[in-house]
Write a protein that binds this ligand. Sequence first.
Ligand SMILES: NC(=O)c1ccc[n+]([C@@H]2O[C@H](COP(=O)([O-])OP(=O)(O)OC[C@H]3O[C@@H](n4cnc5c(N)ncnc54)[C@H](OP(=O)(O)O)[C@@H]3O)[C@@H](O)[C@H]2O)c1
Length: 325
Amino acid sequence: MSSKIFVAGHRGMVGSAIVRQLQAQGHPADRIVFRTSAELDLTDQAAVFDFFASEQPDQVYLAAAKVGGIYANNTYPAEFIYKNLMIQANVIDSAFRNGVKKLLFLGSSCIYPKQVPQPMPEEALLTGPLEQTNEPYAIAKIAGIKLCESYNRQYGKSHGVDYRSVMPTNLYGPGDNYHPENSHVIPALIRRFHEAKVANQPNLAIWGTGAPRREFLYVDDMAAACLHVMNLDKALYDQNTKPMLSHINVGCGYDVTIRELAEIIARVIGYQGDMVFDTSKPDGTPRKLMDSSRLNALGWRARVNLQVGLEEAYSDFLNTHVMQP
Ligand SMILES: NC(=O)c1ccc[n+]([C@@H]2O[C@H](COP(=O)([O-])OP(=O)(O)OC[C@H]3O[C@@H](n4cnc5c(N)ncnc54)[C@H](OP(=O)(O)O)[C@@H]3O)[C@@H](O)[C@H]2O)c1
């Protein structure tokens, strides 16, 4: 019989893509279990334990987390560190106590120090101070990696525990958050270009010089990478990781300038006006790119190019935010 898989965070952008990917790869729908946060609050230790005890999943994708942009991270630092630590600790420990051998934890590129070589290799972890704005969130994510590694080290041989973690770059695609004030760069630009097109606006202001370089990965590629890493042969995984440096970066391998990104989005949406770069606004760090060579050596590469992914993302935006009554 197929493995019973718990996808934690199945309504989120990444969790929903993981469910789609499992189904696309033929995993039976009735062997995937999930709960909304209203049905099962993963910060509630006893409830999480009871869930694992009654459902007895074989595998877990841990894509549930409290996530947000700079504003939310700065305003609610206590919630970001507390909720993420609790979700991870409860899910990982309950999984272990209920015999789950395979688990994949999702982190983020913000685990790396502020000053770091580009592209950022896995070895950069814990080599310097973190970006202040999301430090509490990043510390929780680092703790998640260390939880997985510690359970492997203590219970790997005795109990067959094999808990892995992946660190995605910036993601975009169906299920993204298009909130006008609190969204990442791609959904924010999609909304703004769309609104500018509908209003026949002659120009659109974009913050900064347009020169910073960023990497973006389509969320279905991310989900495919999650399944790839989860299902990798253990000997191969062990050869390419270390017991205390086991996380795996997931990126598409190239970055684009914000100007290039905006030009592609304008083309995809069909916005004919001009882009005006507001150079009085801050640019942020000049470059942020993951070194994904570890994952490439493990046999995985991104497939969806940026233009195609943005076409899909725009179509999702139209379906979910514009066509709705
Ligand atoms: N989006 C990105 O660009 C990006 C980049 C790098 C890493 N990641 C990582 O990928 C993971 C998923 O991100 P996402 O973008 O998919 O986030 P998301 O869209 O906000 O989804 C997060 C999910 O977590 C669930 N959740 C939150 N608190 C919970 C709780 N207390 N109990 C149970 N469930 C809870 C929510 O469930 P309900 O809907 O039921 O409330 C929600 O569906 C996160 O670990 C994030 O750090 C994302």
